[in-house]
Design a protein around this ligand. Structure first.
Ligand SMILES: [Fe+2]
Length: 310
């Protein structure tokens, strides 16, 4: 596990001079930093094409230190596809419903944002899981000069590749149930909160079934598509066996060799591919140490049902 982008530049600027940035791999199983691109300005279609290719290849892209207005984040995000609106409306940024707030800040007795201090894939609990997310650091908690609250990303593609062949074949034929509501029991237990889904929110997020393994439509790589946050069971398997197998896969996915840990600075933007990664916030700051992030979420451009592993 590495904390910062490594200095090796393996995918520099293409010849011809049309493009304007470098792609610097982190040296981990996933992730690359994009250096020298002004994402608040006009990004050309050629640059977006390179970014999409880097996104498919590296699964996590890091853009550092460019202050963004919400409308600029939304505009840049739209260069990768249509955006989604989250089901928990109280966490949406007023005036910018495409932005979901990730935060520990309490205003008028209510948290203004969510957070995921457990390994998960955003929105795996819907029928068409989102393609990816872009998270922008508005405010980060700093103690004694050190920024608190990292985000860890694990490559579920590298994790799949490292499994024994017999287990990979078995998993290729399995399906799992994903559910949104259960996570609040875990979050409430962690934080002493009492958040529950309304009947309307429950109705909008019924259980869904997805393959345990998906094949990425653009990179062609297979990935595990189960996560501690939202996967509740494997279909057609006795409960004890399902629980044991899921726990084995969860433990495998978060092994250090599959992980990139992002240490935030204000105005960092990190985007990740939900079809090839899991992630979690590491926490480690108090309720008084303010953290505010803005997330935009990309809709899929192909049906999720087409990501079958065979
Ligand atoms: Fe998340």
């Amino acid at each position: 596990m590495t904390q910062q982008a490594a200095p090796t530049r393996t995918a520099g600027r293409p010849s011809g001079g049309a493009s304007s940035f470098d792609i610097v791999p982190t040296g981990c199983a996933l992730g690359a930093e994009i250096v020298g691109l002004d994402i608040a300005g006009e990004v050309s279609s050629a640059d977006f094409a390179r970014l999409r290719q880097a996104y498919d290849e590296h699964s996590v892209l890091v853009f550092r230190g460019r202050a963004l207005q919400p409308a600029e984040q939304v505009a840049f995000s739209r260069g990768f596809g249509d955006l989604e609106r989250h089901v928990v409306e109280k966490y949406l940024l007023p005036g910018h419903p495409e932005i979901f707030r990730v935060s520990n800040i309490v205003e008028n007795g209510q948290r203004i944002g969510g957070s995921g201090e457990f390994w998960h894939t955003d929105l795996s609990y819907v029928a068409e899981p989102s393609r990816g997310s872009l998270l922008y650091a508005v405010e980060v908690p700093v103690r004694d000069g050190v920024v608190l609250g990292d985000t860890e990303f694990a490559s579920s593609a590298a994790a799949y590749d490292a499994l024994p062949a017999a287990l990979r074949r078995k998993l290729d034929d399995m399906q799992a149930v994903h559910r949104f509501g259960d996570i609040y029991a875990k979050v409430n237990a962690q934080r002493g909160t009492t958040t529950t889904l309304s009947d309307e929110q429950k109705k909008r997020t019924p259980d869904v079934v997805h393959p345990v393994v998906i094949r990425h439509p653009f990179s062609g790589r297979k990935s595990l598509f189960v996560n501690e946050g939202f996967t509740v069971s494997i279909l057609g398997v006795p409960e004890a066996e399902s629980t044991r197998l899921l726990e084995e896969l969860y433990a495998h996915c978060k092994r250090p060799e599959f992980v990139y840990r992002h240490k935030w600075q204000p105005h960092d933007l990190v985007m990740w591919d939900n079809w090839a990664t899991i992630h979690r916030a590491t926490g480690g700051y108090t309720a008084e140490e303010r953290r505010l992030m803005y997330r935009t979420t990309l809709q899929a451009s192909v049906p999720f049902g087409s990501l079958t592993p065979q």
